[in-house]
Design a binder for this molecule. Structure first.
Ligand SMILES: C[S@@+](CC[C@H](N)C(=O)[O-])C[C@H]1O[C@@H](n2cnc3c(N)ncnc32)[C@H](O)[C@@H]1O
Length: 214
């Protein structure tokens, strides 16, 4: 996702179904209105999740971090068209683990579709643990590895039909790179985050939800 071409293809793809699901899951977490809350979105990409979050929670603000400048340029363009939202969103160009993120600072930690990109998934769980306030709600959603290559192809045919080849390839590679729920449960246990629950939330997504230790 580092090239401008990949970032643009990603930003132009239709993720409405999965990004809406993300906000529905957040609402089910029962966070309340999040007035004056500061959220962190890790691996924000073109900021669609962040924008949906800030629309749904008008009293909240969000720090949105991503390691790709082309992605953040697209995020900047999307935000600039929405002044009421842009003023509540701060973009940070860095990769996790990041020294730019303050410790025990965030009221809510979010991440969508990042976990499978990380060579070492531990860095996501450590970053969440270190940057969230005690008891902060957490929502991480990601693709889930299909049980077989044939099932992966069926998902590509169903959900990336008609998309440019670069996106179909990204989607296929992402499905194979993704984790099974059992593996994520093990990662959470190793990170001391067994308090978070792993749930299968669609035919291709899993979610990690709950609150950080108090
Ligand atoms: C599939 S995109 C998801 C973007 C966004 N969260 C969304 O749901 O549309 C994954 C993003 O994670 C970013 N990324 C990958 N590794 C990262 C790291 N170590 N630290 C921060 N961002 C990273 C990529 O640049 C990319 O924008």
């Amino acid at each position: 996702m580092d090239s401008a071409e990949q970032a643009l293809a990603y930003a132009e793809a239709d993720f409405n179904a999965s990004n809406s699901l993300f906000i529905q899951l957040l609402q089910r977490l029962g966070t309340g209105p999040l007035k004056d809350a500061v959220a962190l979105d890790i691996g924000c990409g073109p900021a669609d999740i962040c924008i949906r979050f800030l629309r749904a929670y008008p009293g909240a603000s969000c720090d949105a971090l991503d390691g790709s400048q082309p992605m953040l340029d697209l995020a900047r363009t999307a935000l600039d068209a929405l002044p009421g939202i842009a003023s509540r969103c701060r973009l940070i160009c860095d990769t996790i683990p990041s020294r730019q993120l303050p410790s025990a600072h965030y009221d809510l930690v979010l991440s969508n579709s990042l976990l499978h990109h990380l060579p070492d998934p531990k860095v996501l769980w450590q970053t969440i643990r270190e940057t969230g306030k005690p008891g902060a709600p957490v929502l991480v959603m990601d693709l889930m590895r299909p049980a077989s290559a044939a099932w992966a192809e069926a998902l590509v045919a169903t959900y990336a039909d008609g998309e440019p080849e670069i996106l179909r390839t990204d989607f296929r590679n992402s499905l194979f790179a993704a984790f099974e729920p059992k593996e994520v449960t093990e990662q959470l246990s190793e990170a001391g985050l067994s308090c978070l629950e792993v749930a299968v939330v669609s035919d291709r997504h899993l979610a990690v939800m709950g609150r950080l230790p108090a």
